[in-house]
Design a protein around this ligand. Structure first.
Ligand SMILES: [Zn+2]
Length: 377
């Protein structure tokens, strides 16, 4: 078992791209000899590996310590599509194997189906059950603060479903549930573009819009687990009716569902956002107006987040071919024109493509995150 200092070493290494013993000693305010002793045990236990970076030409490069990819494995299940996607990832966040199965909306049956798929999935990579640390599950809806109960999911038709316990009974694994956008933010925090950011916001743009915030290195859940529900911020008072019962929510203006509705209303011949963008390039005024309306609403919302929280980074996660061209240009313009002039251009905006498997990998990241922040004594 790891002691408190070794747990801290793991956290520091996971949050970096590798660290030398000297830097660890400085950050932990311990002697280099003490760090060397702690690290030696962790190397022997197969948790860490050493790598020698290429010389920068100034003296001998120091050896970097990193988590070994095979030091831990995690499973992730996405309940966001018509089928469950289950993936296996390693400690570096790489997806090693994936499988799909029907989404059974009966929670006990669903738990059995997922559990039954695990042995074949891990056998593909010759990984045994005892090398698995945990299972994460991502879904659309609210999750309780213990990440054990799906409090409410309109998509799944669930209320107060203790899915983590059902899955634990079937799999023997520690199980953590998470809302979709929050899971994606966790994934980018520990494995992706936001690794070094302590304060950032992720926006997921798809059929619906989600967001999640990290403050001071911690995921912000809010008092009722509802932090980040950007989809239902009112952007156009009295506007289009929203599925939530209000009017003029961001979702009714900027989601892919809203854009498709506008395309139908205008009777445009466009089957995808890429085709709509192509129409806009040709000068079709209705296509231009639809993309402008969506981009402006999304950009305005992001500007408000920047204005309120001053994040180090905004990450926009979007569907393939659905955030290029005019839509992206208008989003960027709307951000710049709605923040104070003194902070224009100071917040980097990263964009990334997500697909169905991204959500399952994000779910597995949630299990990894829980492992990292709750390491055993
Ligand atoms: Zn709404």
């Amino acid at each position: 078992m790891l002691n408190a200092h070794q747990q801290q070493i793991l956290r520091l290494l996971i949050a970096s791209h590798g660290m030398s013993r000297t830097v660890l000693a400085e950050k932990m305010k311990l002697s280099k000899a003490a760090i060397s002793t702690l690290v030696k045990e962790m190397l022997q236990a197969g948790l860490l590996e050493e790598s020698i970076p290429e010389s920068s030409g100034q003296g001998r490069p120091s050896v970097l310590l990193k988590m070994r990819a095979d030091s831990a494995y995690f499973l992730g299940a996405s309940l966001l599509g018509e089928r469950v996607i289950l993936v296996l990832i390693d400690m570096h966040g790489r997806t090693l194997a994936a499988t799909q199965m029907p989404l059974n909306l009966d929670p006990p049956q669903l738990a059995k189906t997922i559990a039954a798929a695990i042995p074949d999935l891990i056998a593909q990579k010759s990984i045994t059950q005892d090398q698995l640390i945990g299972l994460g599950v991502t879904l659309s809806g609210f999750v309780d603060e213990n990440q054990a109960i799906c409090v409410q999911s309109a998509l799944l038709g669930w209320k107060n479903v203790p899915l983590a316990e059902l899955l634990k009974q079937q799999t023997g694994l520690e199980v953590s549930l998470e809302n979709d956008a929050k899971a994606l933010a966790v994934s980018e925090k520990i494995f992706g573009v936001a690794k070094k950011a302590r304060n950032f916001t992720l926006i997921s743009h798809g059929d619906g819009i989600g967001s999640a915030h990290f403050f001071q290195g911690q995921l912000h859940r809010g008092a009722h687990g509802a932090a980040g529900e950007i989809a239902h911020c009112t952007i156009e008072p009295g506007g289009r009716p929203c599925r939530c019962g209000k009017r003029g929510c961001l979702d009714t203006l900027a989601s892919l569902t809203a854009i498709r509705e506008s395309v139908r209303d205008k009777a445009l011949e466009s089957e995808s956002i890429a085709e709509l963008e192509a129409l806009a390039v040709k000068g079709n005024s209705a296509a231009i107006a639809i993309l402008h309306q969506a981009g402006h609403a999304l950009g305005l919302s992001i500007a408000n987040i920047i204005q309120m929280n001053d994040p180090e980074l905004i990450v926009i996660a979007h569907q393939p071919d659905a955030f290029d061209g005019l839509l992206k240009t208008v989003v960027m313009q709307a951000i710049d024109s709605h923040v104070l002039p003194s902070i224009i251009g100071k917040t980097p905006i990263a964009s990334m493509v997500i697909n169905e498997e991204s959500w399952a990998r994000a779910a597995a990241s949630v299990a990894a995150y829980r492992f990292i922040i709750h390491l055993p004594d």
